[in-house]
Design a protein around this ligand. Sequence first.
Ligand SMILES: [Zn+2]
Length: 335
Amino acid sequence: MRTYVNSNGAVVLTDTIVADGHVPGLLARVVTHVHSDHIAQLRRSIREAAFLLATPLTHDLLSAMGYTVPFSKRVEASYHTRLRIEDYVVELHPANHVPGAAQVTVELPGGERVGYTGDFKLPGTEILQDLDVLVIDATYGFEEWQRPWQEEVEYLLADIVNDELTRGGVAIYGYNGKQEEVMLLLRRMGVSAPFIVPRRRLRVIEVLRRHGFELGEVFVEGSAEAFEARRSGWFVEFRHYNEWKRRRGNGSTRMAHVLLTGWEFRAPYRSVGSREWVVSFSDHADFRQLVEYVSEARPRLLVVDAARGGAAAAFFARYASEKLGVRAVAQPLGV
Ligand SMILES: [Zn+2]
């Protein structure tokens, strides 16, 4: 049995079943979620693999993003449905990350079980147990990368948004995927102001609605409805993370600006100007949550993904071996 992460970030679960990357000769590719570092070389896998396996939501998001998976190759796997692919049994498990995200386990003919967390945070992620090999994402694998408020920050973010909406519009800056996660979370927390989104996000929004998510009023940037909402001063708009630098341009000084970043470890939120906030909000486990996951999962071998985690993955593998008593390696080596 050979489970490893290669230098391109492909998580090779068995000889022929690979997650979130491409290797020549693969039989099936599992897509844990739609973030760009997990769909590298996807078009090549679509051509060469016999099966593309993902949750129904992830499949629909991929097609909204322009990926065409032929019907004969498209395998929709709901959580906890055991699928037989040749001699293997593949199963997806819930992950709290972006909409549609999953973890994956594979049972081999000899009875061994291997798994991969994909990206995740706690709570809301099933902890995979009784595995011979577990590949884990450790984006925040250094011990000082802790956000002790992670479990409460959703409420703090909703409070900031609600409070700022009493004074005018609010712009939220975050990466794709995180934006959608935050839209759903604000609706859950009772924020009912219309959302304004760039036109290119509309297909993704439509997919989420089709899958039963409640998004309330969503207007496209530049539409008459968006114009009206802006005039009323009661709206939440979503912008890409990279636009934060330009937040003070063009008449947007009357709005509140909220940046979402996982790289803020000092405080759950801080004010950086008049109606300007940086909120420590991530969709990855912090160091504490990684420790919690591994302490409960206790795989016989832990493989920490260094293709994405870099030096933090190497640190976390050492920590797991020395402090948690779980045999661990970071892969690929030397990252
Ligand atoms: Zn991700």
